[in-house]
Design a protein around this ligand. Structure first.
Ligand SMILES: Cc1ncc(COP(=O)(O)O)c(C=O)c1O
Length: 446
């Protein structure tokens, strides 16, 4: 199909215009089909989103039912039943006192909302200079100017500077390339957490409002937290009255086998930002779960959180999210992830026999395979090699052989996998075989 009028996201249009880009027309279960009828295993759940797989009749029905009943009404000084029910449901499944839900349309908008709320909260509680945000190197938090400012990927930001000021980066938990304590995972975790405290002290605790962290950091290729990392971050945040925001746009709704990633690692955030898997992508929806105490100052007479959007908490999206959570519960999807994650990981670990595979890491149904030129020295590729091998060969070969996933070189080159949560051993084997074939070919090009 000609792409004469469509502007794709994050896409080099010189390439997109020259070579056909995939035009995906249909999906069912863990597979999608293009307009030519070719089938692909959806190794990325669309974009870390389609938790329950494609083509679920129940979700289509829920959307149709809600569209007939009440297609649209805003949450500006009004409410509708599906938003009320969904907020109640999310709160019931959330850790601690995250008793308030502010609905948005997307992950980035959830991040914006959480930062604005943090600033507003401190202004209302006598600490008006607390406004800065600390986030981690390479972490992606969205593209709107606030969320992009929090994002730790300079290459994504440079064309849009100056962005919103007052964000600070600290090291992530990439143990494979640990700059300190490379032989002691827990010590590395303590060091990484302490970098957050160093940043707070350096900036001045009276200026720092929040820390934004993903349970497992996506960009860079799935960095899980070392044991004790989040517990130490929690202590640091408490010590300096800094809010801990768990950005779970990817990690919530079963990606790590629980409703929320914070539950997997046993820590208590002050806010959780989420989106994506909340509706399994069948309709756009985001949410911020907020600790009850953060709402207290907004209950005072005349106080308003001056923030919202037309489609935040859209009734059709809320109805789809409720049906999605029903389906997840009925089919035991979280249990399925927990009982299959080891099999998924050990299937991918077979790839370690290839000299190009430096590391295989991740948790739940969320893995990154880091590619290296020299495994002993952990040498990465030059920009030219990355372009030629990763973009020019690995990406296309994976896709041509029937696997949709992401070969990402925003940091070190990684192949990322985040398939629908219904996948089982046959899908793990299929991914491993297709990746093996592509990486064997890539090695010959080095
Ligand atoms: C951790 C994280 N936060 C925020 C976002 C932004 O979400 P959206 O693309 O829905 O705006 C993403 C998107 O992938 C993400 O991974």
């Amino acid at each position: 199909m000609p792409l004469d009028n469509l502007w794709l996201h994050f896409t080099r249009h010189a390439d997109a215009d020259d070579h056909a880009v995939p035009v995906i027309a249909r999906g069912e279960g863990a597979y999608v089909w293009d307009t030519e009828g070719r089938r692909y295993l959806d190794g990325l759940a669309g974009l870390f989103t389609v938790q329950v797989g494609h083509g679920r009749e129940e979700l289509a029905e829920a959307a149709a039912r809600q569209t007939r009943e009440l297609a649209y009404f805003p949450l500006w000084s009004a409410a509708h039943p599906r938003a009320i029910e969904l907020a109640e449901r999310l709160v019931a499944e959330a850790p601690g006192d995250l008793n308030r839900v502010f609905f948005t349309v997307s992950g980035g908008e959830s991040v914006e909302t959480a930062w604005k709320l943090a600033k507003n909260y401190f202004k209302l509680t006598g600490k008006p200079t607390k406004h800065k945000v600390i986030s981690r190197s390479l972490a992606y938090h969205g593209t709107s100017q606030g969320a992009l400012s929090i994002t730790g990927l300079p290459a994504l930001k440079k064309d849009f500077e100056p962005l919103v000021p007052s964000t600070i980066r600290v090291p992530n938990t990439n143990f494979y390339r640990a700059p300190e304590h490379a032989d002691d995972y827990e010590a590395f975790g303590r060091w990484a957490a302490d970098q957050i405290e160093q940043a707070i002290l350096f900036e001045g605790a009276d200026t720092v409002a929040a820390v934004f962290l993903e349970p497992v950091q996506n960009t860079g290729g799935c960095f899980p937290p070392p044991p004790g990392y989040f517990q130490r971050v929690r202590e640091i945040c408490d010590r300096h009255d800094v809010l801990l925001v768990s950005d779970e746009v990817v990690c919530a709704i079963g990606r790590l086998g629980h409703t929320f990633g914070a539950q997997r690692y046993g820590y208590q955030p002050d806010m959780i930002t989420t989106a994506k898997g909340l509706t399994s992508g069948y309709a756009p929806l985001g949410a911020v779960l907020i600790d009850e105490r953060l709402m207290e100052p907004f209950r005072k007479d005349g106080t308003v959180f001056m923030h919202g959007s037309t489609y935040g908490g859209h009734p059709v999206s809320c109805a789809v999210a409720l049906a999605n959570l029903d389906l997840i519960e009925r089919d035991g999807i979280y249990e399925h992830v927990l009982s299959n994650e080891d099999a998924f990981k050990s299937t991918l670990d077979k790839l370690r026999d290839l000299p190009i595979v430096g590391d295989v890491r991740g948790t739940g149904f969320f893995y990154g395979i880091e590619l290296v030129k020299d495994r002993e020295a952990k040498t990465s590729f030059t920009a030219e090699e990355s372009e030629r091998i990763l973009k020019g060969y690995v990406s296309t070969t994976l896709f041509d052989n029937g696997l949709y996933c992401r070969a990402d070189d925003r940091a070190e080159p990684v192949v990322q996998l985040s398939p629908p949560l219904i996948c089982e051993q046959s899908h793990f084997d299929e991914m491993e075989q297709i990746i093996r074939h592509a990486l064997e070919g890539a090695w010959k090009l080095i």
